[in-house]
Design a protein. Sequence first.
Lengths: 404, 234
Amino acid sequence: MLVIRMAWRNAWRHKRRTSIVAIAVAVGITGTLLSIALNYGMINQMIDTAIATDLGHVQVHARGYESDPELHVQIEDGARAPLAALASLPEVRGFARRVRAEGLISSPRASAGVRVVGIEPEAEARVSLIADSVLRGAYLDERGARVLLGEALARRLEVDLGDKVVLSVQDLAGDLTGDALRVEGIFRTPSSALDRGNVFVRLDRAQALFGLGDAITEVVVRADSRAAAARVRDALAARLPDLEVRSWDQREPALLYLVDLSDQSALIVYAAIFTAMAFGIANVLLMTVFERRQEIGVLTAIGFGRARLVATIAAEALVVTGLGLLAGFGGAAGVVWALRDGIDLSAFAEGLTAYGIGTRVIPLLRGQDFVAPLVVALVTAALASAWPAWRAVRLRPAEAVRQP
Amino acid sequence: MSGGVPVLEARGVTKVYETRGVETRALNGVDLAIAEGEFTALSGPSGSGKTTLLNLFGALDAPTSGTVLLDGEALAALSPAALAQRRLHKLGFVFQAYNLIPVLTARENVEFVMELQGVSAGERRGRAEELLRAVELEGLGDKRPFEMSGGQQQRVAVARAIASHPRIVLADEPTANLDSGTAGRLLALMERLNAERAVTFLFSTHDPLVMDRARRNVHLHDGRIAADETKSAA
């Protein structure tokens, strides 16, 4: 307590000096935290987009689909077993059956390879944002010969609402077949890849087109939250031992790698910032020791041991750094709060949507984002105080007490 | 030399400083014992070795040869940590430039040594108040050193020096920065503490006033004791 009290008061003996170091720490921390918050906000949006447009929180497939995602790896009998299991599971917001296979879409002017996704319009609306992403026209309804196209794909095919397109596919038997459909709606999601490469038709239309009968290729599940995904997955897997049940992060582990990569990059940035900071802190403390030689001599003379002396100097470094940390944390949290409605990045829309990021990014800070700078800063402060502390301990009290 | 149990004792102490190959003999075979209850002045011209001897007695420096004993214990045999403990528990210091800790109030300065000794907060507070009263600084406990006069600061320094119940207070030129009136009052205070609380004082001084009030005068010259006189009780 004595050490902390003295360190605190000593730190304020030179208000300007202490403030400059603390502000430098605060600016470094705020900048880095904001960069992390923006980065994590983008990654978070990528994950949300992937979940909301394609992955869902959990997917159910026939066993072997992961390694061989082809039509013949199908869930028979209209997926009655998974639907029954899901109906009684807690933390499930919705689930929908899909057929997913490759095909070729053609207009009179162009053609493109696409992924054909057969959906149940009502059920799909509860698990994905396709229904809400329709920009022009309408979402799928009871009428079968309709297709939803992404805006980018429609532009490429030079088609518009009501125009006719032809889907050509290889069916389950290996025969080439096709279907003529009218463009019912044009959608735009935060993922330009999805907009360019996916077309949506009714499930029964897709089943007929691919010759699947009542079989489907996947059941997608939307849980109450991302945190609930693993619990829903495990519960479902226990009830469906003959099927492949995987959560979004198992389907797309790269998304989590991005989070790890971001965290590790932040550590490197912190190391760089605090290495520079360490010299500043050490310099201030060395000046302090130099200025207070007499005082240190007196402290030593009256029985303030070396350990306490080292602790006082380290505590002074920690006080200065801690003030900067608190200000930096407060600054970053304040800016993130002020930007809680998101930052408009529409100027970079093309680049962002390529990664499934919308044009409005909400910076996000997690509790763990504060831990790394806290630990790095405190360790840096302690290390930065080592040299000044060594100098202080080496002072000879008999000489120091007489130095003005 | 006076009788009684020696608190501090120098036996054949020599101290040689070496600067850039040049040796300076600050003390040369000094034998001196300070007994409990003494009020002793160590005088002599500049360079006579007063401060050096005080530093050796204060365990702030080590002799080149000879032995310094504190309560019969040879200081040379002790580790830096043990020396710090001896200074904390057995020695009190008063410096020429007061040397209070500027970030602490007068009361906190007095409490400081007790806090290092592990005395409880309540007891520290009570003792500090009592000591500030004893040095006639009642009501000034919350002042910081820069808010006090030189004489007041030196009285706080005396209170701090005796707060730990030391075996002896070593005072290095305690009146050098004070006017004669303030110096006289400070000496009177220390005399009273010596008489009423049996605090042992050893001063290094140039000040004739201190030498006049001291009951024992040890005069150093060229690193040797030139005279050692004890006044007879009045």
